[in-house]
Ligand binder design. Sequence first.
Ligand SMILES: [Zn+2]
Length: 186
Amino acid sequence: MKDANSIHTINMNQAAKNIGPIAHASNREIALTEKQKILFWKNIEKTDGCWLWRGHRNKLGYGRMQVGDWRNNAWIAYAHRVSYAVNIEQPFSLLVLHKCDNPSCVNPAHLFIGTQEANMHDMDSKNRRVHAHGEKGGAAKMTNEKVLEMRALHANGKTRAEIGRLFGLGFTATDKIIKRETWKHI
Ligand SMILES: [Zn+2]
């Protein structure tokens, strides 16, 4: 981690959210019994955006559930990884990351496969973002959706200053996002 110092500038919750998924990759296949499949869907509360995991969650907010046959191969998997396996494909040793920054979300549309490198870039850009705000004293929270919206507005002719005002960011931070110097994984 080349940017370890900047970790201290973000709050622990955010740091945990960013660092968390690194440990989540596993090469085990996520196989659900019929009963577990029913439980999986029962534990999801779908909203317009996120699908909230209503089952057990760990301290960091990530959903957890038992998968596999209890007789010989049961283990506790992360719910967002289970969702990826159920709805898209087995993630195996790849990371399943959140576009929405909501650890309890299991909406497959909000999940994407990433490498540890992508996760680091994500951390890095988020750290820079918090740095920028620390200096300005603002509190805007960037999300993947906002970043994409900012770039779309730019493509449609809005100026950086206008976009920055809309999203509560300074010119430099806005410029970096548009030029993909930050948030470059999306
Ligand atoms: Zn979500």
